[in-house]
Design a protein. Structure first.
Length: 394
């Protein structure tokens, strides 16, 4: 089981959400429509905050600072809850500038973040390259570039992007950015030790930075084959009590790999609104033959059907997983995994392609992931096992 979200998705938010200087998301037609569809109660503090921000923007829709602030807040919520509807709301806030070839830098970078979220990587890269030409010391732009280049397995370029963060972000964040790249390209042990040491020497770091770094440490140690250390880092991240769908998803995957299915259910109970989290919850329920497994399977199926009608390709990797582990359709799973691999080359994407190819007994279909595995020199205990198995196919 594996997550499709870019490993660095939270880093741009750390920097973006304190800075002012994909499939087609749903764009609400009016303030009233947004209020109707937001998954909050009327007296919820987040609802009140959003209502205030929208009211301020509605007084002057051309106010750049207020528009970017609202878009950033929706982006934060998308990361926290795993609900892609917020991306459409964020785009709506930027409507006066959205179609401009050269909008203000703040819009360029926020637009790139939203495009990255929906896997529109080419457009996001174009926005970010323009932003860094116009404002070379824009930390969020460089972090987003690093994130996208990592997703596309362009590690040398991602490393250069991380280097640009010197003087623009904390030592801990710069170290974590570089460690993430290095952990994917043959230097995982050293990256892990360096990041761990830097984290231990940064006790005063903001909680959001700690969350991001602890999650990276958990992922790297897990790939290296240190499950106890990974579990410790995951739990430390959870204790920060910061809503983050990515953390929940990767920890759920870790627990699933360790056959700790009941813990997955406890972790993700009441998180069904997120497609990514619901998938992981349903897999754990299926493993335990839990009563809700069949019900959740049908919910997932209906969501994929609806996404297909919208032309939404945000969750192709999860759809491949659904066909393989719920429907036992290795052929369709492999087709989807191959489609996903065209855009994303992260460890989870490789693992999905290898598992689908193995189930379909199609060694040739696994070649792109096998080539990436060799070229990247990635150290990953799960991929190592899969690569060995698939090479034995006659």
């Amino acid at each position: 089981m594996h997550l499709k979200s870019p490993a660095l998705l939270f880093l741009p938010c750390l920097l973006l959400c304190s800075a002012h200087v994909s499939s087609a998301p749903y764009i609400p037609a009016s303030d009233a429509e947004v209020l109707e569809q937001l998954p909050f109660k009327a007296n919820d503090p987040v609802t009140r905050e959003l209502r205030r921000l929208r009211a301020e923007l509605s007084e002057n829709p051309q106010n750049l600072d207020k528009a970017v602030t609202l878009a950033q807040r929706y982006y934060q919520l998308a990361l926290a809850d795993g609900d892609p509807r917020y991306i459409g709301y964020a785009q709506a806030a930027l409507a006066p500038w959205w179609d401009m070839t050269e909008p203000p830098v703040a819009v360029l970078v926020q637009r790139a973040a939203l495009r990255q979220y929906t896997h529109n990587f080419d457009s996001a890269l174009a926005d970010l390259k323009l932003a860094t030409r116009l404002q070379p010391r824009h930390g969020p732009a460089w972090s987003l570039l690093a994130a996208i280049h990592m997703v596309q397995a362009e590690y040398a370029t991602a490393r250069e992007n991380c280097e640009q963060l010197h003087g623009l972000a904390s030592k801990l964040i710069v170290t974590a950015c570089l460690a993430t790249v290095n952990s994917l390209s043959g230097q995982a042990e050293q990256a892990y030790r360096t990041l761990s040491k830097t984290y231990m020497s940064s006790p005063a770091a903001p909680a959001a930075e700690k969350l991001w770094v602890l999650t990276r440490l958990a992922e790297i140690s897990n790939r290296l084959g240190y499950p106890q250390e990974a579990d410790t880092y995951f739990r430390a991240a959870l204790r920060l009590d910061i809503a983050d769908a990515y953390l929940l998803a990767v920890y759920a995957e870790f627990l699933h790999d360790e056959n700790r299915y009941q813990e997955v259910i406890e972790l993700l109970r009441y998180k069904e609104r997120s497609d990514v989290l619901l998938m992981r919850l349903a897999l754990a329920e299926k493993a335990l033959k839990a009563p809700k497994a069949a019900e959740h399977q049908e919910v997932i199926r209906s969501r994929f059907d609806a996404a297909r009608l919208r032309g939404d390709k945000l969750h192709i990797q999860d759809e491949a997983r659904f066909y393989l582990y719920f429907l036992n359709n290795a052929k369709e799973s492999l087709r989807l995994a191959q489609e996903n691999w065209q855009d994303q080359h992260e460890p989870g994407d490789a693992r999905m392609l290898l598992e689908a190819a193995l189930a379909a007994k199609d060694k040739a279909a696994a070649q792109p992931a096998l080539a990436w595995y060799t070229q990247s020199r990635i150290e990953d205990r799960h991929l190592q096992r899969l690569v060995k198995t698939i090479k034995e196919i006659q």
